[in-house]
Design a protein. Structure first.
Length: 321
């Protein structure tokens, strides 16, 4: 199908002709106008001829005192200057986000593990640098993609592999798997946790978390059926449960080590080979250049990128073929 041109725009003046009009009006000289435009005098003369044709008026007439405007040029100079002022503002205008004075809400989709591991640190930095900013923690679920696209949510942090075309992602840190046990566990204690122990002990299962499918797939692949005596919807209360029972919890390292520090628990490498994954931040392409969104992303990258490393550059996801 052939492209069509909107004929209503055919008579619009080129911005260089508007600039010439303004310079001729203020300098009364084709030579000085050419110098300020960085063009040769013959080129500017050609532009002036085009301008006269388009506006159907001589516009500027040569006199002993220089190029003087015609009545029509006098009538148009205000319109020309306003048009140039608007175009200049359009060229330089860029929304600015000043965290020190900004008053807005950021909605971040994250797992409840991130409520424990990431949110306290993020909140502390936001309160220090952007005291009027509010944070809202939302779930990662089937509505996350639409929320990011519509602007209802600003960012998603975690394992969100179903976000594809139209989304950017940036790696923050890697995750492998660990097991938590009571520091006074009657059979495991401080010794290494082997696969035989893992199979023999009772477990607490965590249904929440987007990485849970990796664990379940690894259990199925190795034909291991855990004896799960308690199942929790998330990580709330997990540290207290493990600290007061002999149950074993299998979970990603970041949340595992955080709970271990606060609950006096012992951390072991998971004896079951579960695939590692990376925690990333995700945002929609519509907001890639938005200064407020960029500030939030850069803050998260600075806070949560793997220790001693800079977060890799963002990558835009493309639709799967």
């Amino acid at each position: 199908m052939n492209e069509t041109t909107d004929t209503s725009d055919a008579g619009l003046l080129d911005i260089k002709l508007l600039r010439l009009f303004e310079l001729l009006y203020s300098t009364h000289s084709v030579t000085r106008a050419a110098e300020q435009l960085g063009q040769s005098q013959p080129t500017v003369s050609i532009w002036l001829a085009r301008l006269r044709r388009q506006l159907n008026d001589p516009l500027f007439v040569r006199t002993p005192s220089g190029m003087q405007p015609t009545p029509r040029a006098e009538m148009l100079i205000g319109i020309v200057r306003e048009a140039l002022r608007s175009l200049r503002q359009l060229a330089i205008a860029q929304a600015v986000f000043d965290p020190a004075t900004a008053s807005r809400r950021f909605r971040i989709c994250m797992t409840d593990a991130s409520h424990v591991t990431l949110l306290p640190q993020l909140l502390a930095h936001v309160r220090a640098s952007a005291p009027k900013v509010r944070l809202v923690a939302a779930r990662i679920d089937g509505e996350t993609a639409q929320a990011l696209q519509s602007g209802e949510a600003d960012l998603a942090i975690g394992l969100v592999p179903w976000l594809e075309s139209g989304f950017y992602q940036q790696v923050l840190f890697p995750q492998d798997w660990v097991c938590l046990v009571n520091a006074r566990h009657p059979r495991i204690g401080a010794k290494a946790l082997g696969l035989r122990d893992y199979k023999a002990e009772a477990h607490v299962g965590i249904a929440g978390g987007t990485g849970g499918q990796l664990l379940e797939a690894a259990l199925a692949r190795h034909r291991i059926e855990r004896r799960v005596q308690l199942e929790l919807p998330g990580f709330l209360g997990l540290a207290a449960i493990v600290a007061t029972t002999d149950l074993v919890a299998t979970l990603p390292r970041h949340i595992g080590e955080t709970l271990a520090r606060t609950g006096g628990l012992t951390v072991f490498p998971c004896p079951l080979p579960v695939p590692p994954f990376t925690v990333k931040q995700h945002w929609h392409a519509r907001y890639h250049e938005d200064p407020a969104n960029r500030w939030l992303r850069e803050l998260c990258a600075r806070l949560f990128a793997a220790r001693g490393q800079h977060a890799p550059k963002p990558v835009r996801r493309m639709a799967s073929r």
